[in-house]
Ligand binder design. Structure first.
Ligand code: DX5
Ligand code: ZN
Length: 223
């Protein structure tokens, strides 16, 4: 399967969100990446249900919701109602991760687990078969526009090998500092979903950047 591009609306113009949503709708992007931050799990606050519902009203592609919040269990149902297709929770925020994954599936959404840069992929061994997606953070969560941590490549490689044994169809998503400078290396390592905030929204033409990232493995466009 071709890799997927998930532009992060965290980097969009919040005063003109509909414009940026329509750009993503008509682009080659696959998902909307929706970053929810609570100011507790991460040192930043982004947005909550009202903004997400406004995005959902205009978006024609699935909402990939990345919860950087403590106690996600109490909000899973509301995020599903607000239009999430995929809900990803942080391993570091879930003492009863198996229960949380069950809740996400019961809500009708696909379930993902995100790992901070310091968390080894080996902690997922006994839950991997129950997951639809693993999100490898390639920066410390909380802010867009940070520098990609190179160690991520080895983590993706290790996770891909683990997944091949128990869940070959697992989606492996990379989030933070992803762009034309590293997407081909990440594809080679085994990742297949790429979040892009700054790379897309700081580009002269966001839609062209999405297209370049989407078609990078066709060999026609390289930096
Ligand atoms: C960071 C968020 C990311 C962020 C990515 O905590 O999870 O999704 O928006 O932004 P860039 O692509 O600019 O690093
Ligand atoms: Zn994210």
């Amino acid at each position: 399967m071709r890799h997927l591009i998930a532009p992060s609306i965290l980097a969009a113009d919040f005063a003109n969100l509909q414009h940026d949503i329509e750009m993503i709708n008509s682009s080659e992007a696959d998902w909307f990446h929706v970053d929810v931050m609570d100011g507790v799990f991460v040192p930043n606050i982004s947005f909550g249900f009202p903004v997400m519902e406004a995005v959902k009203k205009h978006a024609t592609k699935p909402l990939d919701v990345h919860l950087m919040i403590v106690n996600p269990d109490q909000y899973i149902e509301r995020f599903a109602q607000a239009g999430a297709a995929i809900i990803t929770v942080h391993y570091e925020a879930c003492p009863h991760l198996h229960r949380t994954i069950q809740l996400i599936h019961q809500s009708g959404c696909k379930a993902g687990v995100a790992l901070n840069p310091h968390t080894p992929v080996s902690v997922l061994k006994d839950i991997l078969a129950d997951l639809d997606l693993v999100l490898i953070m390639s920066v410390n969560p909380g802010f867009g526009g940070q520098k990609f941590i190179p160690r991520t490549l080895a983590k993706v490689d290790e996770l891909k090998a683990m997944a091949m044994k128990v869940k070959p169809e697992l989606s492996i998503e990379v989030d933070g500092g992803v762009g034309m400078q590293n997407i081909d290396l990440l594809i080679d390592a085994g990742a297949n979903v790429f979040v892009a905030g700054n790379a897309v929204f700081a580009a002269a033409s966001p839609a062209e950047m999405i297209s370049d990232m989407k078609n990078v493995d066709k060999g026609s466009i390289r930096l």
